[in-house]
Design a protein around this ligand. Structure first.
Ligand SMILES: Cc1ncc(COP(=O)(O)O)c(C=O)c1O
Length: 318
């Protein structure tokens, strides 16, 4: 992941206005900081040199999901998904970003006081930063099953991108790294494969693409959804949502992660065992290329996934 500290002069959206990142701060007693009562999102934008355009990927879907998930924590976000997308595009323009970017919307319980009960004092912010490759491993990722289990829906809903729930991912990633892996694979409480610490998982077995269903305590990824559509429509592949056993990861042909940050990331080893040939699989490679092209506006059928940042501004001034 691009680990640089963002420029503190970056323009961000905070307290319903544009301000500098250096000024977008919260009180130490903020409810969300103490109790994890926030909900975040992650959205990517890709800059295409040829079109001189920055394309936000499925930005409306991300904001719809965010608003729905905030409802789980009873956090209200008044603007519509469209208005939030407009604010995001405007942030990109104000910062003059002409590179790939990552958007981090964060909604949270904002009262600064002691006490776990949540009131209706809600706030949200949107930050956009330049962003590169998440894993930094173009030749494939080595993953390992960790001892931490994925949060259960009836404890902390994993589908909601709740800040506090990400302690689960932090612990898993730390364990995976210490065991020599690039990324963690979570099992759920019933022992089935759930997902990575920050990404969904797909496996190719007996010619079918298999991925765990939402009821296996996964985050219902938007990239997962995009990949299912691409695999079915462009590759004519059968995609099955069913539980996956841990040991299937050792005998299947291909595995890859999907996620906004992770994109389509081939997994070349699980628990120190090679996946398939130990090289990036042919189907994974095809899906990765399709996803790459679709998110750069190179596949007309998927242009509706993309929100151009600069074109509306150019049209306005024309
Ligand atoms: C736990 C978890 N699973 C899956 C994903 C992938 O979701 P998406 O494709 O919507 O980014 C993420 C990333 O946000 C995540 O944090």
């Amino acid at each position: 992941m691009a680990a640089e500290v963002p420029d503190q002069n970056t323009t961000v959206w905070f307290q319903n206005k544009f301000t500098r990142l250096a000024e977008a701060n919260v009180n130490i007693l903020t409810h969300a900081l103490n109790y994890g009562s926030g909900v975040f999102e992650g959205i990517r934008g890709y800059y295409d040199e040829k079109q001189q355009e920055l394309l936000l990927v499925r930005v409306m879907d991300h904001y719809e999901r965010w608003k729905q998930n905030c409802g789980i924590l009873r956090i209200a976000i008044p603007p519509s998904a469209e208005e939030l997308s407009e604010i995001t595009a405007e942030l990109c323009r104000r910062n003059g970003f002409r590179s790939n970017v990552y958007v981090r919307p964060l909604a949270y319980k904002a009262s600064a006081r002691i006490g776990v009960h949540a009131d209706d004092n809600d706030a949200y912010a949107i930050v956009v930063v330049p962003f590169g490759n998440y894993f930094g491993k173009q030749k494939g990722v080595k993953a390992g099953v960790v001892s931490w289990r994925r949060v259960e829906d009836n404890a902390i809903p994993g589908r909601a991108k709740i800040c506090g729930a990400y302690v689960n991912s932090v612990l898993a990633t730390d364990e995976a790294h210490r065991n020599g892996h690039d990324e963690a694979i979570f099992l759920n409480e019933s022992g089935h494969v759930a997902e990575g610490a920050t990404c969904n998982l797909f496996m190719l077995r007996r010619g079918k693409l298999v991925t765990p269903p939402p009821t296996d305590n996964i985050l219902e990824g938007i990239t997962r959804d995009s990949v299912i559509e691409l695999a079915r429509k462009e590759l004519n592949l059968e995609v099955v949502e069913r539980s996956i056993d841990r040991s299937e990861l050792y005998v299947c042909d291909e595995i890859f992660f999907t996620g906004t940050a992770a994109e389509v990331a081939p997994i070349i080893a699980v628990d120190h065992r090679p996946v398939g040939t130990g090289e990036i699989g042919a189907v994974t490679q095809k899906i990765r290329s399709l996803y790459f092209d679709a998110t750069r506006g190179r596949l007309p059928a998927y242009r509706n996934w993309l929100w151009p940042v600069y074109r509306p501004a150019l049209e306005k001034t024309a």
